[in-house]
Each structure stands twice: as C-alpha cells, then as structure tokens.
Design a protein around this ligand. Structure first.
Ligand code: VTB
Ligand code: MG
Ligand code: MG
Length: 331
C-alpha cells in the first residue's frame, strides 16, 4: 500500500495537475472576448472585456487564489487587482499571475501575437513585482547556464549565444521591443551582424518565442519591458526549460519603497526565472490575434476556434490545445 502511495505521490508532486486543464478555459474565454474587439482601435474596451471574461472563469476554479501579478493596484484596477481573491475558495491556496490581454495595442490594431495569459503557482511562489519596468534577457532550452548574463554587454551575449548554438553570429535573431529607450541596445546588437525582430508590444510572447527558435525564428529576447510581463514570461520558461534573467528598474526612491513593501529587499537583484516563479508552476496562453506560435481566435459560422498552449513545470509538458466552442451563447 505504502509503495503505491509513494508512486502516486511522485506523480502528483506539487499542484494538482487537473488544474492544468482548468487553466485552458480561463485563457480561452478571455481571448475570445478580446478577439471580438480586434482591430477596432479601442485598447481599453478590448482589455475590459478580457478582464471580465477571465475573472468569471477564474472564479469557477476550485482554488483559494490570490492575484499577485494583476491589472494593477486596487485603486486603479477595479478587477483582478493585486491582492484580489479568486476561485471558489474551496481548494489549494495558490498565487496567480495574469494578463487577460497582453498586448492591448496589438489587439486594437489587429497585429500579431496578442495573448490572454495566466500562471498559477503554489502560495508564496511568485515574485510580487510592482508595476515598474524590468530589464530582461532570455534564451530557450538546451544551453549551458553561463551563456547569457544580464550584466554583460549585448554584443557579448549575442556572441556567446551564437557560439553555444554553433552558428555564425549572423544567424542569430534577437527580439527587442521597438522603443526609443532601446536605441543603443539595437545598435549594439546590429553591430554584431545579428538580426533583430522589432516588436511593438507583447514581450511575454517575445520571451516564449525563444523556446522554439525553429518555429518562431527568435533565439534571444533582450531589453526593457513591464515587470509583471517579466514574471509571467519567467513562469512560462520554468515550464519549457529556457533561461531568463530579470532586474526590476527601481530608479526612484518611491519605486524602491513600493518594491520593498512588496518584499523586494535588494533593489538591484537580478532574478533568474526560478526565483521569479518557484516550485510547481502552471501556465496557459491563448492566441487572440494570429502569432508565430499560436493562431488567433477564429469566429466560424458554427463554432469558435481557439489555440492554447498549456504548460506544467513539474512534468515539463507542453500541450497545444485547439478547441472548437459550439456553445456560442456562453461567449
Ligand atoms: C511591454 C510589452 C507589453 O508594455 O512589457 C511593454 O510586452 C512595456 O511598456 O505588451 P512600454 O509600452 O511603456 O514600453 C506592453 O506594451 C503593454 O503591457
Ligand atoms: Mg493587462
Ligand atoms: Mg500587458
């Protein structure tokens, strides 16, 4: 009996794996809601319906969840704010990081790679990052631990990655957010001969794309984006096996204090993915608009089609789920 129990314990180490599948519904529903407002030029409206939809579905889960990465502080975000309790309350205590519409501008313009995203981890396992910027660097799985270093010059990181991959530098592609603050970074990377995919928004997708370079064409993500998006990306990489380093940009006394109140004692710390998302982590993302890895929501005459990736760190399983939703009234 005890032998059987031990084997069963091993299989179910960490979070209940049933939750992996449950998360799919959460991002599917948010994605469908947002997709109805694709290309309408209204970021706020698309975001609002995604938040509503995600919250409805999250509250059906048998969890005692706390939003730790959410839509912002309670005062400015009426729903899915940091600290909000979600779920039925009858189930395991878990931390939740979410972004019901990652890439609101992408969705409003109907450009590639807008996602609905959620991550779930054991209570106390996710970095409580304030909504500030984070400097990030990430590569996919299969490389030695010392290939990237957030403190090394960009050209050095690119050169080391090319060497580790066994290709000329000219065959490396970096993904960088198209922002004036990245002018020097872009120049330094181009100076090596590497290619850059400049993205308008959506660095959670940018980081995840490094985990499958053959499919996405992206080898490395570099640059400064949102800290909440950094924690979400780290949660995904914990499951797929890539590497990431992130440093909060706490450039004013007010930000340092805000971070300290959230438990950040060293404002200069560079966090690895497994320090931003510890223990057993589940992650789901559904495509809102068509992207490099996920198709966007398709509205057919008889059903709605969604495409979701769902990940679990303890097993490193990567599942892609294409779903046909026939119960159109629900959406
Ligand atoms: C990035 C991007 C997001 O915010 O994190 C970005 O991935 C950073 O902020 O999709 P700025 O726009 O101020 O540069 C988003 O664009 C929006 O959340
Ligand atoms: Mg958001
Ligand atoms: Mg976002």
């Amino acid at each position: 009996m005890s032998k059987i129990m031990n084997a069963a314990d091993k299989i179910s180490a960490g979070l209940d794996r049933v939750l992996t599948m449950e998360l799919v519904r959460v991002t599917e529903r948010a994605a469908v809601a947002a997709a109805r407002l694709r290309g309408r030029g209204d970021e706020k409206a698309a975001d609002q319906v995604a938040v509503d939809a995600m919250r409805t579905e999250l509250n059906r889960l048998a969890i005692k969840g706390t939003v730790v990465i959410g839509e912002g502080e309670r005062d400015e975000a009426p729903m899915l704010y940091i600290g909000e309790e979600v779920g039925t309350g009858k189930g395991p205590a878990v931390d939740i990081a979410l972004d019901p519409l990652e890439g609101t501008t992408i969705c409003a313009k109907n450009l590639p790679n807008a996602l609905a995203v959620v991550a779930l981890a054991e209570k106390g396992s996710l970095l409580n990052a304030p909504d500030v910027y984070m400097d990030k660097i990430a590569i996919g799985p299969g490389y030695a631990a010392d290939v990237i270093d957030i403190d090394a010059p960009p050209a050095e990181n690119i050169a080391r990655l090319a060497k580790a991959k066994g290709v000329p530098v000219g065959e490396v592609t970096a993904c960088i957010l198209d922002r004036p603050r990245h002018a020097r970074l872009i120049e330094a990377v181009r100076g090596t001969g590497a290619a850059i995919r400049l993205i308008g928004d959506g660095d959670v997708a940018g980081v995840i794309h490094t985990t499958d370079p053959e499919e996405t064409g992206i080898d490395i993500y570099m640059g400064i984006g949102g800290a909440p998006e950094g924690v979400l990306a780290a949660a995904a990489l914990r499951c797929t096996g890539g590497q990431m380093q992130g440093r909060l940009i706490l450039d004013t006394p007010e930000k340092i204090e805000r971070a300290a109140r959230m438990g950040v004692s060293d404002p200069n710390k560079a966090y690895r993915a497994d320090e931003m998302a510890r223990g057993d982590v589940l992650f789901a993302a559904t495509g809102v608009t068509d992207g490099n890895m996920l198709s966007g929501v398709k509205f057919g005459r008889n059903f709605i089609t969604t495409h979701t990736i769902v990940l679990r760190s303890s097993s490193r399983t990567v599942r892609e789920i294409k779903a046909r939703h026939q119960d159109l009234d629900k959406f």
